[in-house]
Design a binder for this molecule. Sequence first.
Ligand SMILES: [Fe+2]
Length: 195
Amino acid sequence: MALPLIPFNIPLTPEALNSFHAVKASQRRLGDLIHYYSDSIAAKESLKADNPLVYEVWEMENEAPGRCLSFGMTRVSPGKVGREYFFTRGHFHAGEDGDELYVILKGRGVLLLFSKDGHCETIDMLPDQICYVPGHMAHRVVNTDSKELVFFTVWPPRIVHDYATITKMGFPKLVLAGQNGPEAVDNPAFSIVPD
Ligand SMILES: [Fe+2]
C-alpha cells in the first residue's frame, strides 16, 4: 500500500490512525497468545473466564518504490497471566537491517530485546520518551502498568517480520509482578535455536 504523495497531519491517537488512509488494524486476544505465556496452567484458567483483548496494532505499510517510512500505533491492555504481564508477541526483522523507533504516548512498560546470540536487554518505556530498536534485535513490549500502554512506531517499509523464531525460542527474560514491582527474570524455557 502507498500513501498519496501529499503532506498531511492527523492527531496522534489510535482513533485517528484507525480511520486514516489504508491503515490496517489487527487484534490479538489471550486465546491467540496462550502458548507464549510461561505459566500454561494460569493461561488456561484465565481463558476459561474470558478471552480479553491483549493488544491492538494499526499499521500503515508504505510500500511504494522510493518511500522509506512506514508507521503505526500499538495499544497494549493492562493485565497478567499468573504473574506475567500482558505483552506483544514480539518478532525479529528477518533482514536485520531495518531499525524501528517507538514514541511512548501513554502508560508504562518494559521493552525486551535480544539478539540471536542470546544477548538480552530490558529498557523502560515511559510517557514522552522514545525507544530505539536496532534491526538485529527481537523486540517485545510488556505492559507493566494498571492502565493501557500506547506507543507510536516508525519503521522502514518492506521489513519481513519473523514471528516463527520467537515461537521456537521464546524470550530470554520474563517480566513478572514481584513484591516490589515488575521484575525481569531468566526464562527457564528459553533456548537458542540455530537458523
Ligand atoms: Fe518490529
